[in-house]
Design a protein around this ligand. Structure first.
Ligand code: DQA
Length: 139
């Protein structure tokens, strides 16, 4: 099984960015843990701060991989282009968020992406990514 994780804007700063919300662990550490725990899964990782680059990556992997785990960061709440890209590809996408967006500002309560995704996992800290992997393994 081949899974692509895509992280959007500011998620390159995980570990230092608002640790009370996003935790103090870097994504590199988490990725190492996930790769050793799920050795049977090929887990590829991509991060970009630009909306178009995320659309490009979805198009690139979206006909080949078994699953995409997408944390589009703030673009979740703004991007019709990323929503359209999710609809355009064949690979199922699981939307993830580290924080519980429903317990935060009202503008984070709406996702343009969710209705085009297989499901949404949010609020479990960085464990949200592991739960998304489990969702693909259990299908
Ligand atoms: C986030 C939640 C978004 O609202 C925010 O803009 C992020 C991170 C999360 O993982 O909790 O950048 O997607």
């Amino acid at each position: 099984m081949k899974i692509q994780i895509i992280n959007g804007p500011n998620l390159n700063l995980l570990g230092t960015r608002e640790p009370s919300i996003y935790g103090s662990r870097s994504f590199a550490e988490l990725l190492e843990e996930l790769r050793s725990r799920y050795a049977q899964v090929e887990i590829d990782y991509y991060q970009n701060n630009s909306e178009g680059a995320i659309v490009d990556k979805l198009q690139e992997v979206g006909f080949d991989y078994d699953g995409v785990i997408l944390n589009a960061g703030a673009y979740t709440h703004t991007s019709v282009a990323i929503a359209d890209a999710i609809s355009a590809i064949r690979t199922p996408v699981v939307e993830v968020h580290i924080s519980n967006v429903y317990g935060r500002e009202a503008f984070r309560h709406h996702s343009y992406l969710a209705k085009n995704c297989k499901g949404v996992i949010c609020g479990f800290g960085t464990d949200s990514y592991r739960l998304a992997i489990e969702s693909f393994l259990n299908q």
